[in-house]
Design a protein around this ligand. Structure first.
Ligand SMILES: Nc1ncnc2c1ncn2[C@@H]1O[C@H](COP(=O)(O)OP(=O)(O)OP(=O)(O)O)[C@@H](O)[C@H]1O
Ligand SMILES: [Mg+2]
Length: 241
């Protein structure tokens, strides 16, 4: 398995404030990483730093051998970062279909054999197909999250960043999104970093796990190993399951 992402000595924050300290890890092609940690430990800051939306103070980020850390956010999207931010940020004044076509990029040469396009997004999320002509303002929270995921997919990224994709959603929608995420990552082999505070559901569909505390990595393991250690989860996250 070849390496997709490598982060070294990464420090970043907002203005003069440094939130992330000396973060380092690597991720292989097609692998899924669960990024865990309590409230305010730096998970979003790390995701946003990969997407280019914070102030980076030091370190390097490389994706498929390309240095990302000097690139602007739109250049990182072109380089293969598909970002689903915690606040979802869909275009509220555009329709569902326009949200997808506004950012759609054809599949990259040598990329997945079956590129993502709006049609494939609608097949995965039939609720969005029904809402094609609805404006972003008319969508429920779950539909907005599905659209945010779809919008990242039609960029045909190399790495998908999902920041608390299940947060605040009804259990039935959580199930639907988990099925979709499993299909995207496990069946289609797209590499992903998934942020979660409630780890069990995400650990079950991830290969690796990283836990942050105070902006540094305090634990790294396989997702299966961490999942089977309730006492470690309790100590690191305050939850046993
Ligand atoms: N825009 C900002 N300006 C200054 N400080 C910020 C900003 N956003 C976050 N922080 C600080 O950075 C630290 C990490 O926040 P971050 O949002 O990355 O945590 P998180 O792990 O994603 O938390 P949550 O689980 O609540 O989403 C916190 O101390 C927070 O107060
Ligand atoms: Mg966050």
């Amino acid at each position: 398995m070849s390496e997709l992402l490598r982060i070294e000595n990464l420090s970043a924050g907002y203005g003069e404030a440094v939130v992330l300290h000396d973060v380092a890890f690597a991720l292989g092609e097609g692998q899924t990483l669960a990024l865990l940690g309590r409230n305010g430990t730096g998970k979003t800051t790390l995701i946003n730093t990969l997407a280019g939306a914070t102030r980076q103070h030091g370190g390097t980020i490389s994706l498929g051998g390309q240095a990302l850390h000097k690139l602007a956010p739109h250049q990182r999207a072109a380089a293969g970062i598909g970002w689903v931010p915690q606040e979802r940020n869909i275009f509220k004044s555009l329709t569902v279909h326009e949200n997808l076509t506004a950012v759609e990029r054809p599949g990259r040469p040598g990329g997945t054999s079956n590129p993502w396009n709006p049609q494939r997004v609608y097949e995965m999320f039939p609720r969005l197909a029904e809402r094609k002509t609805n404006l972003g303002t008319q969508l429920s929270g779950g539909e907005q999250q599905m659209l945010a995921v779809g919008r990242a997919l039609v960029l045909n990224p190399k790495l998908l960043l999902l920041d608390e994709p299940l947060e605040g959603l009804a259990p039935i929608i959580v199930e639907e999104l988990l099925r979709a995420i499993r299909r995207i990552t496990q069946d289609e082999g797209l590499a992903a970093i998934i942020v979660e505070q409630h780890p069990q559901a995400i650990l079950a569909i991830s290969d690796h796990a990283v836990v942050l505390d105070h902006g540094t990595i305090v634990h790294t393991d396989s997702a299966a190993a961490l999942r089977s250690q309730p006492q470690v989860l309790e100590r690191l996250l305050g939850v046993a399951r």
